[in-house]
Design a binder for this molecule. Structure first.
Ligand code: PHB
Length: 417
């Protein structure tokens, strides 16, 4: 080791203070397993960057059951249904009536604020604004992570396990050698043009809209700030659009038959690319990947954050077994267990995307096929139930019944209509 490094030791080195990394560190601390979390970004960036906003039932239950769900419950909004709108008509999917489960509208950066606050209150070691992160010796029992702390000190963090939670562009995923990894990837021809507007809600529940001009989604943030998206070319320059042009586009896709968007000043805008990606295996030796480092979904199914949280819960159980009972069996199985759930989410997000987004060339056959599909899905109880089960989220796997979080997950999974 380089003599200039300050040496630190922990059991789990967590790279990335996003939903996967922070949730993992939080869950581990409840089981008495210490971790150090590092992130290239500053805390203020993490706590203010606007991302998605839908929490599955299992995510909410895991947060509340482990002491970090208070604000999600009091400040978030519980939604028992969503609307699928096409040809000027909104058809409601009764999520809670069909599944006993609902979703919560509570922005991702608020979840991150809650997790950071909980970790700091518990004396957790979180390091923001680090640089020069590298991962070493993951095929040995003594891996390490090296980085430069915000104050310029070089650090060598020795650990037993590295959790790679640093997203799709982080160093962790590239620490899985190309010779052993398969990158399943799909880029979509669409992007999402997302806005925040200062306006009252246009609808009590989210509205996913199919129109000949393309998809639009009406979501919300607070009673006075709304989140909306519409399908666009991924190369679109959001800054080149006037407010007027944006509202005209949204109105054309969504308004009609008595439904009218409530408009206001647009306070933020941006274009989001749509991609599907799954990395296999989800780790290498003592490096385990979680969240976007392992898989990316298009935003249509609102699955990204929820998948990250489910990964953290599955990985936490594997690590509890490893540290408390000396068995590495669940660590070895982690990638498969997490990937099974990730592929379901991958399918659901792809399916919602393909049902609701129109092809750039208009494709009259495709358009009619989509209308038939929307009719079938919304017009039958089986179709609505399929959508509702996927949207509210599949149960998080209980792999170790002795885990500190097993009861919370089991109680969540046993909800019935
Ligand atoms: C959001 O509110 O940002 C949101 C909601 C549902 C989605 C995607 C994004 O499917």
């Amino acid at each position: 080791m380089n003599a200039e490094h300050r040496r630190l030791r922990t059991r789990v080195a967590v790279i990335g203070a996003g939903p996967a990394g922070l949730m993992l560190s939080h869950l581990l601390s409840l089981s008495g397993i210490d971790s150090v979390v590092i992130d290239l970004r500053e805390r203020a960036d993490i706590e203010t960057t606007v991302r998605a906003g839908i929490l599955e039932q299992g995510t909410v239950d895991l947060m509340t059951g482990t002491g970090v769900g208070e604000r999600a419950l009091s400040e978030g909004q519980c939604h028992g249904g969503i609307g699928i709108r096409s040809r000027g008509e909104t058809r409601r999917i009764d999520l809670s009536g069909l599944t006993g489960r609902s979703v919560h509208l509570y922005p991702q950066h608020e979840v991150l604020k809650d997790l950071i606050a909980a970790r700091l209150a518990a004396g957790g070691d979180l390091r923001f604004g680090v640089s020069g992160v590298s991962v070493h010796d993951v095929t040995t029992d003594t891996p390490s992570v090296r980085f430069t702390d915000a104050d310029g000190t070089r650090v060598e963090l020795s650990c037993a396990v590295v959790a790679g939670c640093d997203g799709s562009r982080g160093v962790s995923r590239s620490a899985v050698p190309e010779s052993v990894r398969t990158d399943y990837f799909r880029a979509y021809e669409h992007g999402w043009f997302g806005i925040l507007t200062e306006a009252p809600p246009s609808s009590d529940e989210l509205v996913y809209t199919h129109s000949e001009r393309g998809f639009a989604l009406i979501s919300s943030r607070t009673p006075s700030v709304q989140r909306m998206y519409f399908q666009c070319d991924p190369a679109e320059d959001a800054q080149a659009w006037s407010d007027d042009r944006i509202w005209t586009e949204l109105r054309t896709r969504v308004n009609g038959n008595g439904f009218e968007l409530r408009e206001g000043p647009i306070i933020q805008r941006g274009v989001i690319p749509m991609r599907s990606r799954v990395l296999a295996p989800m780790g290498h030796g003592r490096l385990l990947l979680a969240g976007d480092a392992a898989h990316v979904v298009p935003p249509t199914g609102a699955k990204g954050l929820n998948l990250a949280v489910a990964d953290a819960a599955v990985l936490c159980q594997a690590l509890e077994r490893f540290f408390h009972r000396g068995s590495a069996d669940l660590l070895a199985a982690y990638g498969r267990t997490a990937a099974d759930r990730a592929w379901r989410a991958q399918h659901f997000s792809w399916w919602m995307t393909s049902m609701l987004h129109t092809a750039a060339d208009g494709d009259p056959f495709g358009l009619r096929r989509q209308l038939a599909e929307i009719d079938q899905v919304t017009g039958s109880r089986a179709g609505r139930t399929f959508l509702a089960e996927a949207y509210t989220g599949w149960p998080i796997p209980v792999t170790d019944p002795a885990s500190a979080i097993a009861d919370v997950i089991t109680a969540s999974a046993s909800r019935t209509p």
